[in-house]
Each structure stands twice: as C-alpha cells, then as structure tokens.
Design a protein around this ligand. Structure first.
Ligand code: C2O
Ligand code: CU
Ligand code: CU
Length: 447
C-alpha cells in the first residue's frame, strides 16, 4: 500500500460534563463529552490535525503517548500551555515507517496531570499498519479495552484525593472498562478475539487473568512482538498497553476477565518477568490497597467449531546495537518544603528551566533505572521507544518495544534506546502521575 497518507482532521474539546459512568451519574472531565475520549485512528504516512479547545477551568494540553513524532512545535509539545477558553491546532505526520500499535492521548500540563487524568481525560490513538495485515490478526475480532479506575462521592463528584494520594497516587475503587462496569464482550464463532488494552489509570496497576484461559501476547507499548507468547497473567502499570489474542473453546461458555489485588509497594522479585518488566506469572501476595479480586469484563462464547489458529510469526523486532554510553537514573522520594512529598530522579525534582539529560541524535544509549525508594515507579520516556535489556541483571526472555517499564522497590532495569529523527526537548517521568506532578520528571534534550 501507499505510504503517502492523507490529511486527517479531528476536533477535540476538553470539558467538564455530567455523564453516565456505567449506571451512575458522574461529573467528569471529558473529551467531546465522552469518557474515554473518542478513539482516533491513523495510518503511517498520514498527517494528523487536531483542533483542540480547552473548556476546562484550568490550563491543559495534549500529549500523544507512544507516538514517534516531533516533540516540538505543533507536534507532541508537552511544554505548551493552553489556557482556559483557548484553542490550539496540533499538526504532525505519522512517519511512513511508524509501527502499528495501541497508543493514546492525555493531558500533560505539569502539576495538573494527575487531577485531569483521574477526572477522565484520556483516549486511544490507534495506528493501523503492518501488524493489522497479519492474516490471523486480520480475521480476529478486535476489541478495545480502556481500563480506568474512578472515585465518586454520592453526588457523583470526584472526592478530594486526601493525604494517602501523595504517596500512592490517587486510586479509585470503581473499575471501568470503556467507562462501563463489567461489560460483556462476545467472542465470534470460530473464536479468535484480539483484545487491545490500555491502563489509563493515574496510579492503579491492573493484574489481569482470564478464567481458565491463557492470553497470547502479540504486542506491547510500541507495537508487535516477533511471535505470540502465552501468558496467564498480565500486569499493566499505568500508561502501559498490551494486545493479546484469546481463543474460544469448542464449547460455549463465559470467561471472566478478573483483576487481582496488586500491591505496587512490593518488589516484583520472584515473579516471572517478560520484556516489559512489569508483566509476570503467578499471583502476588498483596497485603494492602487496590481492592479485592473483581470481574472487570465478561467474555462470552457461543461457538461450537474449532477455534481459528494463532499466527506463528508477527513482526520481527530490530535488535538495537550495543553501546558504551550508559546513564544512571535513581528513583526516590523525600519530604518537600511545606507541600508534602516530593518525588525525585537522581535526587532532583522537575524544573522546567533545567536540562537533565542531553543526548545526540542517531546514537544508542543504555539507561539503568534504579528504584531506591519504597514504591513502584513506571518509568516512561517520550518520543523514542526502547527495549528492556535486563531486569535485575537478568536478560529478558524476548524482545519487545516499550515506552513504560515499571521498576519496583530495590529493582534495577536496563533499557536501550535509539534517538531517531527528531531533535528538541522532551521528557521522561514516572507514569504514576501524582509522582510526576510532584517532581518525578526530567528534561531530555536530543541534539
Ligand atoms: Cu502518558 Cu508523559 O505520558
Ligand atoms: Cu507519554
Ligand atoms: Cu512513581
């Protein structure tokens, strides 16, 4: 097919609205009156124009999480401030060689990101391409699952986050999939279902399993992996995405998609690791927080025929060359002066006037992320995706493109990144967005 692409225009309006969340009335922050916001789709080569209007009562902006597009100008510019009542037109090209994948958009105005995301501002941004052309994938039925927690008081307002939220980040006990409670998804006859999952929560981790059935992982944050990998549990840190295939049995049935209690303050040691680092097998003996086992969606299958086969091969993952350039990033927290906790990278809280890390375009670097604190930190980098090389010194079992990797207390993760195509200032940060708003972000300057 052609790589020329067309011009796609979208209108997005951020606005507080009274909406339905499942069967409840809720006062939330919406894009175009919806939670989650509208799903945007584009192809490699397309030029995307987003006419954005801020009808919130505070500044905001948009970030295109995971897209490899310019971090400057009318592109993925998170330093932009769009004041209340004002509009801005984003315009960027999805490069012709961009991988297909499950990306998303959300606000990125430092200091208000957690509040705005927790209020409901998030939507999917899908790039259609190579992975979607794999024959078995093409025949599978596709479902998008935006996972997100909410908290509501009796009048349907989001309550004050309270003191604990400074540490754990704000966490709600209403678990939603596409703004609904426990929706039913049908596996088609001859069933092969492709689930495309995003954890759009501000701080909550999801630990998912499917009753009596495995998942077959086909894609991570940055797109396809080389071949499906069978998994029984998926841990999704805030900001992470996965795509999995689910096969129906020969008999009709119902399989519940359940979320297990998960304690992000506990180390991940002893869990089977995968490329993304935060997904593993086995249950975690979580003692605190993040709810009890809960069904978040139900898959139903009426089929009686043999399920469709799984693909053998997906999309090869380009190995990144070894490099001599290694940087260290240590994640921790401390007491701020008067305003509670601060979260730090290499001992420093975010300062928009400081360049923390300078790299050269067209180079490859290894980043060693060490968590010396007491909470898990999903480390995220804008503009370029990375591969996790090792987790606590252990090589990962297979290559995967990632843009978020969760690092538990006491752990260290080595990731490898190639800085391509775009110069300019961008950021890396913890995707527990209360941590990001409280300082756990740094500026990366690519020159
Ligand atoms: Cu999804 Cu900088 O974030
Ligand atoms: Cu991002
Ligand atoms: Cu964090």
């Amino acid at each position: 097919h052609s790589s020329e692409g067309g011009l796609l225009s979208f209108d997005l309006v951020a606005e507080a609205q009274r909406v339905k969340l499942g069967d409840r009335d809720a006062n939330l922050l919406t894009y175009n009156g919806q939670v989650p916001g509208p799903r945007l789709e584009a192809k490699p080569g397309d030029t995307v124009q987003i006419r954005f209007t801020n009808r919130l009562n505070q500044p905001t902006n948009l970030h295109y999480h995971g897209l490899h597009i310019p971090p400057t100008g009318t592109g993925d510019n998170v330093f932009l401030e769009i004041p209340p009542g004002e509009s801005h037109t984003y315009e960027f090209q999805i490069p012709p060689n961009h991988p297909a994948g499950t990306f998303w958009y959300h606000p990125h105005y430092h200091g208000l990101v957690a509040e705005q995301l927790f209020g409901g501002l998030a939507g999917l941004f899908i790039v259609r391409g190579d992975l979607d052309e794999v024959p078995e994938i093409k025949t599978a039925q596709e479902e998008f699952l935006v996972l997100k927690d909410y908290a509501l008081d009796r009048s349907g307002n989001i309550p004050d986050p309270g003191h604990m939220a400074q540490m754990t980040g704000r966490i709600g006990d209403l678990l939603t999939v596409n703004g609904r409670f426990n929706p039913t998804l049908e596996i088609p006859q001859g069933g092969l279902l492709r689930l495309r999952l995003l954890n759009a929560s501000t701080s909550r981790f999801f630990a998912l399993s499917l009753e009596d059935h495995p998942f077959y992982l086909i894609a991570t944050d940055g797109g396809a992996i080389a071949a499906p990998v069978e998994m029984n549990e998926l841990v999704l840190a805030p900001g992470e995405r996965v795509e999995v295939l689910v096969q129906g049995d020969r008999e009709p049935g119902q399989y519940r998609l359940v979320n297990q209690p998960f304690n992000p303050a506990q180390g991940m040691m002893g869990r089977g690791m995968m490329g993304g680092g935060s997904m593993g097998g086995g249950m975690m003996g979580g003692s605190q927080r993040q709810s009890t086992t809960e069904t978040i969606a139900t898959l139903t299958y009426n089929g009686t025929t043999e399920p469709l086969p799984l693909p053998d091969q997906l999309i090869a993952i380009e190995p990144l060359p070894e490099t001599q350039t290694t940087r260290q990033f240590s994640l921790n927290h401390g007491m701020g002066t008067g305003m509670g906790m601060v979260f730090l990278i290499n001992g420093q809280a975010f300062d928009h006037n400081r360049i923390d890390t300078q790299v050269r375009l067209n180079t490859v670097e290894d980043w060693e992320i060490v968590n010396t604190g007491t909470m898990a930190h999903p480390f995220h980098v804008h503009t370029n995706k990375f591969q996790v090389i090792s987790h606590n010194g252990q090589p990962v079992p297979y290559a995967a493109w990632k843009d978020v990797v969760s690092v538990s207390p006491g752990e260290s993760v080595r990731l490898r990144m190639s800085f391509r195509d775009y110069v300019g200032k961008t950021v890396y940060h913890c995707h527990v967005l209360d941590h990001e708003d409280r300082g756990m972000m740094g500026i990366l300057d690519i020159q």
